[in-house]
Write a protein that binds this ligand. Structure first.
Ligand code: G4P
Length: 533
């Protein structure tokens, strides 16, 4: 039997995030290539939904298939077990990405050097900052005419609200890109554009040596020396503890498609990234070394084929050893369940596993027992925190088009929202009017399609002029009830029965916050568990 301590220390579970097109898929593939998990480039398919394919459901289904196959990619490198959790690139599936970030111990953020910090990058980093997740930044596409690296670093600090520390530094950019100087190792890594083979030249070179001059020429040597002096003067020495606390992000430059800078990134990652971390619950902190198993569900993937209504729930193991066929406690349902075919996901395959350790993600066949955020334990009643819902960006009313199929519609929308496809808000005062909130239009098409094909229910969505949902609490229950009664149409209940204020505009929301100091307006649903605790 494996030693659990060794297994925990071996694991590095992380996610790669980026704004679409910055190079997440390419970098993931290159890491797998360097890690020996795949042999050729092109083996990992992009899980992007192609532009213009928004109403092509075969495309969505195909992509969903890919996304389940690449949900977790595992490989061994330097005696470590590396688990990469895939995150969907498409903006409309951003909720999925936020939730996946709750299951990682660290993150690699990919930035396109031409575009700099983009909208999606900011949102994703906000989620990392909420949880103090350690972040390494990879500035990609250095073979293209990008922005000045110092300007990029300033932009990262300003827009992402984090300190940065370059660990490599580019020598030129675009067509003149010559390579990077590794500030940590004090070595020169010369660029050799090559998309298929791993070929590189690394030489240990002192920044003041003639060897540097010989290798990169006078002009670039002068520039590099100036840059390095400036970096050493402006940025603090790299400190691992500060990185682990999520307050400083080390930065690497490279070109994923050309295999450049990827090895440095991977080597440094394995050296500094955290192994399995402890996790907060509503009652106490759970340490990975604890003997008893615990974990939580952060993603549910449903089979779109109506003949096979099975789902795969993805469980992140937080403590102890998970064993096949052993009974575990489903806290929310207060029910014991066992799993005879838990899956481990490899780069392109999945295999049944007998055991799993903290940091691992396993796939469990589910017939409808799981909701996103559910906790499994060996009996203890606790709930893992940090799996909040955020306010959706688009709100539409769900209209039933076939009164004979109300039950199917009800069941369908419940199950789809359990999976986290969208958020459901019900307005009991308005005859149980159902408002479905999402982060992207695509979700409505997915829901409509799935309700029809899996549940036989037809529906339509009517746009609503709602811009934000806020969860409401108050120390004074009477005041809360009064507010709920007064606001009538603007009040709904989420899936757990919590009151939510549906604001038509930012202005209306601000006014209501100002005029009702005894009511707390929460921008995420996380308060729930904190309140219960
Ligand atoms: P994503 O998952 O973050 O959405 O990005 P993805 O890896 O799919 O990369 C987006 C595009 O950027 C791809 O081109 C990819 O080849 C390119 N790319 C990735 N890394 C680099 C790099 O270092 N330099 C340059 N110049 N390009 C890079 P595409 O044309 O959209 O797709 P493809 O046909 O090349 O696969």
């Amino acid at each position: 039997m494996a030693n659990i301590q060794d297994e925990i220390h071996k694991r590095r579970t992380f996610g790669i995030i980026s704004h679409p097109d910055a190079g997440k898929t390419t970098l993931t593939e290159k890491l797998l290539l360097f890690g020996g998990a795949i042999q050729t480039a092109g083996a990992v398919k992009s899980n992007k939904i192609k532009k213009g394919a928004t109403s092509d459901f075969m495309e969505i289904e195909r992509q969903r298939g890919i996304s389940v196959a690449t949900s977790v990619m595992t490989f061994e490198y330097n005696n470590l077990k590396i688990n990469i959790l895939d995150t969907p690139g498409h903006k409309d599936f951003a909720e999925d990405t936020y939730r996946t970030l709750t299951a990682v111990d660290s993150v690699i953020l990919v930035i396109d050097c031409v575009k700099g910090v983009e909208e999606q990058t900011e949102r994703l980093m906000e989620v990392c900052r909420m949880r103090n997740t350690p972040v390494i930044i990879f500035i990609n596409k250095m073979d293209r005419e990008g922005q000045n690296p110092f300007d990029l670093l300033d932009e990262l600090e300003q827009k992402l609200n984090i300190n940065v520390r370059p660990l490599t530094w580019p020598i030129n950019i675009g067509a003149n890109f010559k390579g990077v100087y590794n500030l940590y190792e004090k070595s020169l890594n010369l660029f050799n554009a090559n998309k298929t083979k791993i070929e590189k030249e690394v030489v240990s070179v002192d920044i003041h040596s003639d060897e540097l001059l010989k290798r990169v020429g006078e002009r670039d040597t002068r520039q590099l020396r100036e840059d390095v002096e400036l970096i050493e003067g402006v940025y603090d020495e790299f400190d691992r503890e500060t990185y682990l606390s999520g307050s400083v992000a080390p930065v690497f430059f490279g070109s994923a498609v050309n295999n450049f800078g990827v090895q440095e990134l991977l080597d440094t990652f394995t050296e500094i990234a955290p192994s399995t971390q402890k996790r907060q619950t509503d009652v106490r902190v759970v340490e990975p070394e604890e003997k008893k198993f615990s974990g939580f569900i952060f993603k549910i993937h449903a089979n779109l084929d109506p003949k096979h209504r099975d789902r795969i729930a993805f469980l992140r193991i937080c403590s102890g050893t998970f064993e096949r066929n052993k009974f575990y406690h489903h806290v929310r349902l207060d029910k014991n369940l066992r799993f005879n075919n838990p899956y481990n996901f490899m780069a392109q395959d999945k295999e049944v596993v007998d055991e799993g350790f903290p940091g691992d993600v396993i796939g469990l066949y589910d017939t409808g027992n799981f909701k996103i955020g559910d906790t499994m334990t060996e009996g203890e009643d606790l709930n893992f925190q940090g799996i909040p819902s955020f306010s959706p960006e688009i709100f539409k009313e769900l209209i039933n088009l076939d009164p004979m199929k109300s039950k199917q519609l009800e069941k369908g929308i419940q199950q789809l929202t359990d999976e986290g496809v969208a958020q459901l808000f019900v307005q009991p005062q308005l005859g149980n009017r159902k408002i479905v909130g999402t982060v992207g239009e695509l979700q409505y098409e997915v829901i409509q399609y799935r309700l029809e094909h899996e549940y036989g229910a037809k529906c339509r969505f009517d746009g609503q002029s709602i811009s934000k949902a806020c969860w409401l609490t108050s120390e004074d229950q009477k005041k809360l009830n009064e507010f709920v009664r007064l606001k009538g149409q603007q009040i709904a209940q989420d899936k757990d029965g919590n009151f939510v204020f549906l604001a038509e505009s930012e202005w209306i929301l601000r006014m209501n916050i100002q005029n009702n100091p005894e009511i707390q307006f929460h921008f995420t649903s996380e308060f729930k568990r904190a309140v219960e605790a």
